[in-house]
Design a protein around this ligand. Sequence first.
Ligand code: C2E
Ligand code: MG
Ligand code: MG
Ligand code: MG
Length: 272
Amino acid sequence: MEYEIGQLETDLRLALSRNEFCLYYQPILDLVTGEIIGVEALIRWKHPEKGLIPPVEFVSSAEETGLIIPIGEWILRTACIQNKVWQEAGYNPILVSVNLSARQVYQPNFADRVSRILKETKLAPEYLIFEITEGIMLDSYHAPKVIKELKQIGLQISLDDFGTGFNSLQYLQELPVDKIKIDQSFIKSSTIDSNDATIVKMIIEMAHQLKLDVIAEGIETKDQLIFLQQNLCNQGQGYFFSKPLPSKELEKGFYKIEQIVIREGIPQELNN
Ligand code: C2E
Ligand code: MG
Ligand code: MG
Ligand code: MG
């Protein structure tokens, strides 16, 4: 997409008012049972002329211009409504993960806004997870405070892209997180590079010691899945199971995806 920055800002504003954004959902599976335990909501822009635009092309501009605040509110509300719709349709209750930008967290009364959206949409907080990255610690004074307020609402926090930043361990120490998502760059090379395999094993082991869930992102092959299962990674997501899909398409595959989990990687004591 070729875009001048001023034009992009104007178009993002229009997109919001014209309702051109949409959420795709990618399943997150329990790697032992094969059940879908959650979905990650990922924004897309259905541009009237340019077609479907991925978030890498507009999320950072939305952050720079502050438009991520109204867009983020739309994302959260839409994801909560969708999860509630699935629950009411009778699917097994699952978690919905929503990515947060630092800008959103620093607006005044962010936790109150979240609380209000949960009440409005009638989604119980236990079915919502926020995914945060190290970017959130740009304001290392406010971030832990806001994250604690969010946790008090009863929702969960997951540390996204773990291992890619400079201070991953420090953030783990300072933020009350429930889950760690191992960045896909490590998963990609885990079956070809022994150093990356070691890093992945260590992150999984550390998560277990800290009693945190650990999710592998970007699982694309059977070998990667088997490696992760053998090393007791509890959750995973990636193209091997499913790409992010519009809600209607994902629903059709809800039960089929579970059958893709390969049993041979699961240690005998867990595989019964
Ligand atoms: P992320 O939160 O780390 O999301 C994971 C990205 O990896 C998604 O890209 C997903 O489609 C992609 N992915 C998942 N499995 C695989 C796989 O097996 N192989 C490969 N190659 N890729 C895989 P996407 O949807 O393009 O999103 C990119 C980034 O944009 C996200 O990274 C997140 O940082 C940001 N983003 C997306 N949606 C939102 C949103 O609603 N709000 C905010 N603030 N940021 C968002
Ligand atoms: Mg994410
Ligand atoms: Mg990630
Ligand atoms: Mg990322």
